[in-house]
Design a protein around this ligand. Structure first.
Ligand code: ADP
Length: 529
């Protein structure tokens, strides 16, 4: 016997229908690259998305076909998210910072049919056109082109219907090894993820929220914000440029209450605030993720009265995995203890399951004892099962997905990431966490950025070295850094050498590229090696 409730398939077009009906006039503000500003609202976004579905139909886009974007954050990009899925297509957000070989690979692998792009990326598009085999139509967002294109339609149409497990979005991971891999989200997985994301410990969204997402719409589905934000009817403030002065000005003028970005974004914001004396009095919720947020960052935001959601996730998890959810005894904890908890990666919402297994033998499930570190595995309805076009599942028989992260789980479920499997440094049979060394190093006032890598050592197998970029105008010696580290890490963890460089290599999502760094230091010899 089946239950007797209604058929209401979990398709993401329902989200924009809801936003347009219940939050029609709530604004979407865009500050464009040329400094101009436009305002639209949820009702207009829906109408424009419907027009876009008609325009895509005329281009011949069929159900399941991929519609790609290469764009920063703005209202036309938002319209395209709903327009692409509205026609029954699959939205493929391309990261413009990828290298040419990766750009070639992913657009061809995705078999993109249409590409919508910012004028700022026109040089990339021109360069790549001869290498992209499947894209038939190129539409620029700027110079009136996008408006003219959808403006020829009347919006008098309906969303494509289908199964809630139809695909709706495709994101490629940047692929630190080998080719990038595609993660194919479904309507249902995206909808469940969106509903979950609204809760206080994640986005803390209701209709009073004014969200400025700094996380780009091409990175890990912008953490699902365009879906979750519409479901709650938030006001969005988009900036098509990522400049701290612009962001701070916008935040104050538009009374932004919520923002989301990787730690480097917050660093740049703090630097601008310190240099100008600007404060962000309306900000009340900051989502930080993508890489570990250093302690001083969390502390500074919390002292300013901002609730910090330090989140862990990955493209393969849609991306929300954990956030800095409060523990039941939060009110009884002192400030320092609260920061200690927020510095870890937090706890799962309902819908995500975590476990750790032995790094050498994945059949051994490790205890949640707050001490033992192992390979982190995850499962749930918005976690990947199989990469796009892959023949085999990427999970084990019980659907556990191996994250490539190394972590400790605490008895209360708190996740503490200690490293990535590829980056842990193995010294004398024991593991040294490169992440912990880096976090401790950036706590030094003269250090702008730091990265730890393992260097071959005949006796210990590997020993850590720390590569450091100094802050402008600051001086610090290797010994001073070692003394600073000694306050927070075990003596045998202290790096054998500290090397100062002008720049540390970064990958396409702005994270430190350990692979490139290891390549740079391939021939490095330790003094006692
Ligand atoms: P990429 O693999 O291209 O970097 P993702 O955005 O999918 O793209 O990266 C996911 C990875 O980022 C995670 O597996 C984890 O290693 C790291 N990460 C994400 N959030 C955090 C966090 N809060 N603290 C530490 N590491 C994080």
């Amino acid at each position: 016997m089946l239950g007797a409730m209604q058929d209401w398939d979990l398709r993401v077009t329902r989200i924009i229908d809801h936003a347009a009906r219940e939050h029609a006039g709530r604004e979407i503000v865009t500050r464009w690259a040329d400094g101009s500003e436009t305002r639209t609202n949820w009702a207009e976004v829906r109408r424009d998305a419907l027009k876009m579905t008609q325009a895509l139909q005329k281009l011949g886009v069929k159900k399941g076909e991929r519609v790609a974007t290469m764009a920063m954050n703005h209202s036309r990009h938002l319209v395209s998210w709903y327009g692409a899925v509205g026609v029954g297509g699959v939205l493929h957000t391309i990261n413009p910072r990828l290298f040419d070989d990766q750009l070639e690979y992913i657009a061809n692998h995705a078999e993109d049919q249409v590409l919508l792009y910012d004028h700022a990326f026109a040089p990339i598009v021109e360069r790549m056109k001869p290498r992209w085999n499947t894209i038939k139509h190129y539409i620029c967002y700027d110079n009136g082109e996008f408006e003219d294109w959808i403006g020829a339609e009347d919006g008098n149409t309906e969303w494509a219907t289908g199964d809630e497990r139809d695909p709706c979005m495709l994101c490629y991971t940047s692929g630190t090894t080998g080719n990038p891999k595609g993660v194919l989200y479904e309507h249902r997985s995206t909808m469940l993820h969106a509903i979950t994301s609204l809760q206080p410990s994640i986005f803390d969204f209701d209709a009073t929220a004014v969200m400025l997402p700094v996380v780009p719409m091409f990175h890990a589905a912008a953490w699902g914000l365009p879906w979750g934000g519409a479901a709650a009817g938030v006001k969005f403030v988009f900036s098509a440029v990522n400049d701290a002065a612009v962001l701070c000005e916008l935040m104050n003028r538009e009374k932004v209450t919520h923002s989301a970005g990787v730690p480097t974004v917050w660093l740049a914001t703090f630097q601008h605030m310190d240099a100008t004396g600007i404060t962000l009095p309306t900000l009340r919720h900051a989502i930080i993720g993508g890489s570990a947020a250093p302690r001083f960052m969390i502390e500074r935001l919390m002292k300013a009265g901002v609730n910090v959601a330090h989140a862990w996730g990955m493209t393969e998890t849609s991306p929300i995995g954990t956030t800095g959810a409060k523990t039941f005894d939060w009110a009884d904890l002192g400030f320092e203890a609260q920061v200690d908890i927020k510095q870890m990666q937090g706890r799962v919402p309902f819908g995500v399951e975590l476990r750790t297994v032995d790094l050498g033998d994945p059949s051994v499930v490790l205890p949640r004892d707050g001490k033992t570190s192992g390979a982190l595995q995850v499962r749930g309805p918005w976690v990947i099962k199989r990469y796009f076009k892959a023949e085999a599942d990427t999970t084990d028989a019980e659907q556990w997905f191996d994250t490539g992260d190394v972590a400790i789980l605490h008895p209360d479920g708190t996740l503490q990431l200690t490293d990535r499997t590829k980056d842990v440094i193995k010294s004398g049979g024991e593991w040294i966490s490169s992440v912990e060394l880096e976090n401790a190093a950036v706590g030094h006032p003269a250090v702008a950025e730091a990265a730890a890598i393992g260097i071959y050592h005949p006796k210990w197998d590997e020993r850590p070295i720390l590569v450091v970029v100094k802050k402008k105008g600051e001086e610090v010696t290797a010994q001073e850094i070692r003394d600073h580290l000694a306050k927070s890490v075990a003596k045998w963890w202290l790096p054998d050498a500290v090397e100062f460089v002008d720049e540390i290599p970064h990958g396409a999502t702005g994270k430190i590229s350990k692979k490139d760094l290891r390549d740079q230091f391939r021939d490095y010899k330790l003094e006692d090696a």
